[in-house]
Design a protein around this ligand. Structure first.
Ligand code: E4P
Length: 218
């Protein structure tokens, strides 16, 4: 399973990248705004800065919701760097844009997926990735992991190449459960990635090892 980090914070991206396990980055307009990145040129520069840190796919989201606008923005984004994946919302015009980019060999990430039908449509249009938002489904008492499993089955039935990018991951159990289901990618915060490494028995065991080593070497 590929690990993406879901942030526009350069420090966090560097920290995750330094772990040596980072395969890419996802961003969205809210994450850019959270970092205070505003204005088209600043946003484009920020995507380039992210691409210079991580050697992996970087999702950059279009703001337009009409087909022409999505195509115009997507082409500008895709030209920024070879690793940019154009992120497009799951709306009818977005499906057309995904098909357009797929025909041109430009990779896409269909975002805001909340149902299996949406995932099926995006795959048929040729999306490179689809992003089911599991945390946001959990927030409304719908099991987000069930959706990932349902999409996995559908994609396997028809051998779609589209990769399932489990998004809106909130905690380490989401990551583990996505791996069990067979999501191709997960994108989550640095905290969830780092939490995978934590275990109290690791901490106490290491403390004991170091204490015993120190005793023997005094
Ligand atoms: C996915 O690409 C989105 O950026 C993201 O995962 C949304 O997560 P949230 O529900 O934590 O905002």
């Amino acid at each position: 399973m590929k690990f993406f980090i879901d942030t526009a914070n350069l420090q966090e991206i560097k920290e995750a990248n330094d772990l040596g396990v980072l395969d890419g980055v996802t961003t969205n307009p809210s994450l850019m705004a959270k970092e205070g990145i505003t204005g088209q040129q600043n946003i484009l520069n920020h995507y380039v800065a992210i691409c210079e840190i991580v050697d992996g796919d970087v999702s950059a989201e279009v703001i337009a919701t009409d087909l022409e606008g999505m195509i115009r923005e997507g082409e500008i984004l895709a030209a920024l760097h070879k690793n940019i994946v154009v992120k497009i919302p799951m709306i009818p015009e977005g499906i057309k844009a995904i098909k357009y980019f797929s025909n041109k060999g430009i990779r896409t990430n269909c975002t805001l997926i909340f149902s299996a039908g949406q995932a099926l449509l995006a795959a048929k249009a040729g999306a490179t990735y689809i992003s089911p938002f599991i945390g946001r489904l959990d927030d409304i008492s719908v099991n987000g992991l069930d959706l990932v499993a349902q999409i996995r089955q559908i994609y396997d039935n028809y051998v779609f190449d589209t990769e399932i990018l489990a998004a809106s991951v909130r905690h380490p159990m989401h990551i583990i459960n996505c791996a069990e289901i067979g999501a191709d990618v997960m994108t989550g915060p640095l905290s969830a990635i780092l939490a995978l490494a934590k275990h109290p028995l690791t901490d106490s065991g290491l403390k004991q090892f170091l204490a015993d080593h120190a005793k023997g070497n005094n």
